[in-house]
Design a protein around this ligand. Structure first.
Ligand code: BGC
Length: 656
């Protein structure tokens, strides 16, 4: 760094262009960024985005509840980055789904920080194992799109620490190369210039020593953002240099502050250079596509099934809905991936999976309700549905309903789609709805009429292949919701100036459970073609660590996978706490009739809450319940434990 002049240092603090770090006329090697998170959107100068594999979105990856799969998807993204000479992937997004209205929910993992952070850890580890960096985003409390450039998220300290920061802190354990700040303000100060958020919390408390970069265009005052330790403004800003120089000359920023950021940027550039030997591509494009199919399969969630699925041999099947032809790869905005893959229509794939089926396609829903052509299309489909054994209706959102920069207008399907579902269900008792969406969908207008619902998220280029295998039973659905599907939800999008997080820590299932509120489908919920039985829960303590074991058995004739979830709740807390919080999960593969023992470990910090009074984490002594369930509301086994100063210990039976 000694040989860099002050002007060169200041030049380095903003990007060279939209995607690259400044090279200072060739003094430094090039470093190239690219979006993220479910595929590469690599924009080379003067070109459109290069073609890439469109993997399922993070909503789908999260619904798979599978850390190995998240690692694998990261690895494969890392390989695509290598092929495109990308050094840092601008992903993953770990913001919490505070409300199902969030326009970018499809890009995020979950409403639960533990699930989001654990999967992000694996994803980042996978990408970085390939010598490609990541950028965990958007730090922090960026939970809706409405007026994201101007609106302040007003969050109290406890809520920030318990809900909005833990996914980042878990992700940071994988040592991501960079963290991207958010567009919004937090408690009245832009995240890009928030000293407490970036310096005190991210660097001092959470220990992040890498590069903090701005979201694209998020910097308002470059001098203030530098003081807050935001190292790199992206993309290139014409004013950055003169603003910084003037601030330096006025003594508002010091050389030490400039040097600290420059040093972190240089370290990033060096890290990328040093990682180059790791950059080996071991999978073909075809293998990446097959992985995209597998992830879509694992992340689909069977929400209802009264027997129509899997489709029986020899059945006459009607497939209807435009999305059955094209699928829905992702939502709208910077995460859009331009895939080269031409999907086969679902009807053809169903025939291919099971040659005994007779499958026909009828496109309905050409236009809006009321349009005669649309009505005609719908009537045709309804008539055909009446002649079939099973009607598969493919409906839901896409990049126009779920998009960066704006929030969802409604949680319901369009009135045409709802009308269509009811009309088909009235003539066919085996109506199956395949539901696309970036987040929770309100199904109250039609769910009672249909036989089955398969929620598929936005599932990438392999979506139709995955669906055909799931619908025919070639694959067994095993996904579980990574967010609650509520009966009703507050949009909670703020008024454009501020957005008060008045629900505090009671986000998602934490809130629904505390209020004892009925929901459509709880967090962690998902059916399968298999049946799983839980038994024989035991607990033991060794050296302050608590070990919980139980048996899970597949009581069906089909191999399947169960996501076993572990929640913890305090019995008589001194401060208000959610009834239970996720602290562990495992996805267990079980052959027909097979039984396996599953073990979880809990540490003392798994029982902690954030105390604003102490400005730190606190674990209260006392009684806790450990719940094991197949969803947050289907608790199969539970036991109480008593925490003392020494750590957890099993409850003395005499105290029962
Ligand atoms: C998005 C980021 C993205 C960046 C670069 C921004 O608008 O918020 O998530 O990485 O653009 O495309």
């Amino acid at each position: 760094m000694q040989d860099l002049s002050l002007d060169e240092k200041l030049t380095l603090l903003t990007g060279k262009d939209c995607w690259r770090v400044e090279t200072l006329g060739g003094k430094l090697p090039e470093l190239f960024f690219s979006d993220g998170p479910h595929g590469l959107r690599t924009v080379k100068e003067g070109e459109h985005a290069l073609k890439a594999t469109a993997f399922p979105t993070l909503t789908v990856l999260a619904s798979a509840w599978d850390t190995a799969l998240a690692y694998e998807m990261g690895e494969l993204l890392g390989e695509e980055a290598i092929e495109r000479e990308v050094d840092v992937l601008l992903a993953p997004g770990v913001n919490i789904k505070r409300t199902p209205y969030g326009g970018r929910n499809f890009e995020y993992f979950s409403e639960d920080p533990y699930l989001a952070g654990t999967l992000a850890f694996s994803y980042i580890s996978g990408v970085q194992s390939k010598g490609v960096g990541t950028s965990v985003k958007h730090f922090a409390a960026n939970n809706c799109e409405h007026d994201r450039l101007f609106q302040s998220s007003e969050v109290d300290d406890r809520t920030l620490h318990e809900i909005y920061l833990p996914a980042f802190s878990l992700a940071l354990r994988a040592r991501p190369w960079t963290v991207m700040c958010a567009y919004n303000l937090l408690n009245g100060v832009y995240c890009a210039e928030h000293e407490k958020l970036l310096h005190k919390i991210l660097r001092d408390e959470l220990g992040f020593d890498g590069v903090i970069l701005s979201d694209w265009g998020a910097v308002v005052d470059r001098a203030k953002s530098l003081k807050a330790t935001l190292d790199l403004e992206m993309p290139h800003s014409e004013q950055a240099f003169s603003v910084l120089k003037a601030a330096y000359e006025r003594g508002e920023i010091t050389e030490e502050e400039i040097d600290a950021s420059v040093e972190r940027i240089l370290a990033l550039v060096r890290k990328a250079e040093e990682a180059k030997p790791l950059r080996t591509v071991t999978h073909t494009a075809e293998e990446r596509h097959r992985a995209a199919v597998r992830i879509a399969e694992e992340g689909a969630v069977l929400l209802k099934n009264e027997g129509a699925l899997p489709i029986k041999d020899g059945a006459r099947v009607l497939v209807s809905g435009k999305k059955a032809k094209t699928g829905v790869y992702g939502g709208g905005g910077s995460s859009c991936v331009d895939s080269a893959f031409a999907p086969l229509p679902l009807d053809e794939l169903l025939k291919r999976e099971n040659g005994t089926l007779s499958v026909r396609y009828h496109e309905a829903l050409f236009h809006d309700w009321g349009n005669l052509y649309g009505l005609y299309g719908m009537r045709g489909a309804v008539m055909r549905a009446a002649e079939c054994d099973v009607a598969v209706l493919v409906v839901g959102g896409d990049g126009t309903t779920d998009c960066e920069g704006c929030d969802r207008a409604s949680l319901r399907l369009s009135s045409v789609e709802e009308e269509f579902i009811r009309a088909v269900a009235a003539v066919n008792k085996n109506t199956v709805v395949v539901l696309y969406g970036g987040s929770a969908v309100d199904m109250s207008g039609w769910i009672d009429c249909v036989n089955a619902v398969l929620y598929t998220g936005f599932n990438g280029e392999g979506g139709n292949e995955a669906l055909s295998r799931l619908l025919t039973g070639r694959a067994n659905p095993c996904g579980k919701l990574a967010e609650t599907f509520p009966l009703r939800a507050d949009a909670a999008l703020g008024n454009g100036f501020y957005n008060r997080y008045s629900e505090g820590i009671f986000v998602g299932y934490r809130g629904y459970d505390a209020r004892n509120e009925a929901v459509q489908f709880p967090f962690g919920y998902g059916l399968s073609y298999s049946e799983f039985v839980y038994s024989d829960m035991t607990m033991s303590e060794t050296g302050g660590e608590f070990c919980i074991s139980l048996d899970v058995e597949n009581r069906s004739e089909r191999a399947g996978k169960e996501v076993v979830q572990l929640y913890v709740g305090q019995k008589f807390p001194l401060v208000t706490r959610p009834p239970r919080e996720l602290k562990g999960f495992q996805k267990v593969a079980l052959g027909a009739g097979e039984k396996k023992r599953v073990t979880f470990r809990l540490q003392k910090e798994d029982f902690a809450y954030w105390s604003p009074a102490l400005d730190g984490w606190r674990v209260e002594e006392g009684m806790y319940t450990v719940f094991v369930g197949s969803s947050s509301r289907e608790i199969r086994l539970q036991q109480q434990i008593k925490l003392s100063q020494r750590g957890p210990s099993q409850r003395d039976p005499q105290e029962e």
